[in-house]
Design a protein around this ligand. Structure first.
Ligand SMILES: [Fe+2]
Ligand SMILES: [Fe+2]
Length: 262
């Protein structure tokens, strides 16, 4: 099974890049996942944008800490199980942190969203809740993919190793910076610390430098606007063994404006 994962889509530059790439690549893949937490002007996602992504052929949209930025999503996420919020938010929070959907070949694919706790708002333990959830999901399918939305590289590596052999793939999101450590762990789980982002590379992780610099220079809050131009699309292309669910190959995707246009 061939799977495409695209990192955090940032605003309209990210959405345009995604649309262009997916229109050319949809048929090559059996299952496509994107992280949409920054797709609405860098802050959250709207129902209209989520519907558009599904129309383009995205199977599941994951998210993270920015999922709550647009208030309208509180109700949308209750009615669409293909848009995920991190599973380890406290009980009673709107939406769900995992879903099981069919690939184009008809296999059941589970996608789980988890969020880290290092340098992030404290929520429930991703290790404990993640492991318990996977034990349940494994009764239904061996194809299990986790988007671990976390800041610290150590936390991501630790969760990858903790779940090695129990899931097909664990990839990181949230930092918006692609790491070059893609690998297959000893027990067969595909792993990368961060898949990166899809948006303008002109600013600072998708935001205009004119908005970001004053915050660093003065320590005072600033209104953030998304950057434009010099767009990059980041993600991974992954092959899973149809019999075992193990990862067979994992390759980084990191392409710019020029390639996106063709
Ligand atoms: Fe993000
Ligand atoms: Fe995030």
């Amino acid at each position: 099974m061939k799977i495409l994962v695209i990192g955090d889509i940032v605003g309209s530059p990210g959405r345009d890049a995604l649309s262009s790439y997916i229109s050319k690549k949809r048929k090559e893949y059996d299952f496509i996942i994107v992280n949409g937490e920054n797709s609405a002007s860098g802050k959250g996602i709207t129902g209209k944008i989520a519907d558009e992504f599904f129309c383009w052929g995205i199977d599941v949209i994951t998210s993270g800490n920015h999922i709550w930025d647009k208030r309208e999503i509180y109700t949308y996420i209750e009615g669409n199980e293909r848009l995920l919020r991190p599973h380890n938010y406290p009980q009673g929070v709107p939406g769900k942190g995992y879903t099981i959907q069919k690939s184009s070949k008809g296999e059941k694919v589970a996608v789980v969203s988890l969020q880290g706790r290092i340098f992030m708002n404290p929520i429930d333990c991703p290790f404990k809740l993640g492991k318990e959830l996977i034990e349940e999901i494994r009764k239904e399918t061996k194809f299990i993919i986790i988007d671990f939305h976390a800041e610290a590289t150590s936390e991501k590596i630790a969760l990858g190793k903790y779940l090695d052999g129990k899931i097909s793939l664990l990839y990181g999101t949230h930092t918006h910076v692609q790491t070059a450590d893609e690998k297959i762990l000893p027990e067969g789980t595909g792993y990368i610390t961060d898949v990166g982002m899809t948006g303008s590379d002109s600013g600072v992780i998708g935001t205009q430098i004119e908005c970001v610099l004053p915050r660093f220079l003065t320590g005072m809050p600033q209104k953030f606007e998304i950057a434009e131009g010099n767009v990059r699309l980041n993600g991974i292309s992954v092959v899973l063994d149809d019999e075992t669910g193990d990862c067979v190959s994992i390759e980084r995707i990191n392409i710019g404006d020029a390639e996106l246009k063709y």
